[in-house]
Design a protein around this ligand. Structure first.
Ligand code: AVI
Length: 316
């Protein structure tokens, strides 16, 4: 039986991470990149979020695939190299193997250690699909090793993760996706759509406060990575829909006057002042279609759920 191969391209640079965090905390307003939300606990909290009744994106996207995956596969064609961006447990891609029939599966995540277990067990279930795990940080640039092969490519980017980039960053990433896809390449991508504010805000501020824990966990990372003495008790979770920019914003809001100190710096936050921790952009079908075309994709097709809360695009 074939065994999966693993290649780690990304090397964590702790000095660069410390500098990035210190700069963000010193900025006005203070901000920390959402990538810091995902340590081992943060990733588990995110998995829990996807099971909340209020967090509709995961189950709505799954329902769209359940109904329309065969039609998508007809546009895409079998035998491709399926490249899964931010693969994690590889579960979403694996559900599509039957219908998409890829020849090769390349799972990309920040660390191959996240991918080992999932790929080892997937390989046993799908011995005919060649499998490769790549540890890469594609948020800054999307580069694949030669081992990814040159077959016709399908880039898979589900979950509306592209919504965590600004539209300018998203455009840059989509252009890289188009380049990496090459001639005949295709993209299968999930996008969260604009909807009623109350639905959006409940999805990011659930009554069980799982999303609050996910956001507040960032303060523990400030301690681990930067040596910053931030206390969870001093902050509360805030999630609001910014209609002008069409995005959910997550913030950590100081409950009282707080001074954050770390080796070589400090930041005073007055009561009510916020650290901006995440944006989650919501698109219209037309708006995202325009972005795809601006990125160089010429053919697009789109499927939504009956409420038009979420969309899956195929672009080539
Ligand atoms: C990973 N990403 C698509 C999630 C989102 O909906 O923007 C992250 C998340 N943040 C809070 N809840 C979920």
């Amino acid at each position: 039986m074939a065994t999966p191969r693993f290649i780690q391209l990304h090397q964590e640079d702790s000095a660069a991470l410390r500098l990035e965090l210190a700069r963000g905390l010193s900025a006005s307003p203070a901000m920390v990149s959402p990538k810091f939300l995902y340590d081992a606990l943060g990733s588990r909290l995110f998995d829990a979020i996807t099971e909340l009744p209020e967090y509709y994106p995961t189950r709505t996207e799954r329902a769209i695939f359940d109904v329309h995956a065969a039609a998508m596969a007809a546009c895409i064609g079998p035998g491709r190299t399926m490249i899964d961006l931010g693969a994690g447990s590889c579960e979403k891609a694996a559900r599509l193997f039957g219908v998409m029939q890829p020849a090769r599966y390349v799972a990309v995540d920040i660390s191959v250690d996240y991918l080992r277990q999932a790929l080892d067990s997937l390989q046993r279930q799908h011995p005919r699909i060649e499998m490769l795990g790549v540890g890469a940080d594609f948020s800054s640039s999307l580069v694949l090793p030669p081992e990814a092969g040159r077959g016709e490519r399908l880039l898979f980017y589900p979950g509306s993760s592209i919504g965590n980039f600004t539209p300018e960053q998203a455009l840059r990433l989509l252009r890289q996706v188009r380049d990496v896809g090459g001639a005949g390449g295709a993209l299968l991508i999930g996008i969260d759509l604009v909807k009623d504010r109350s639905v959006l805000e409940r999805a990011y501020d659930d009554p069980l406060q799982v999303t609050a824990a996910f956001n507040l966990n960032l303060l523990r990372r400030l301690d681990t990575l930067l040596g910053c003495d931030a206390r969870v008790e001093d902050f509360s979770h805030v999630a609001l829909f910014n209609e002008r920019d069409s995005r959910i914003e997550m913030h950590l809001q100081a409950r009282r006057d707080v001074t954050l100190r770390w080796p070589g710096g400090e930041r005073r936050l007055a009561e009510g002042e916020r650290i901006h921790t995440e944006n989650s952009y919501k698109y219209t079908v037309e708006g995202f279609d325009r972005l795809l075309r601006e990125a160089g994709f010429t053919r697009t097709a789109c499927w939504t759920d009956p409420q038009r809360w979420f969309a899956v695009f195929v672009a080539s």
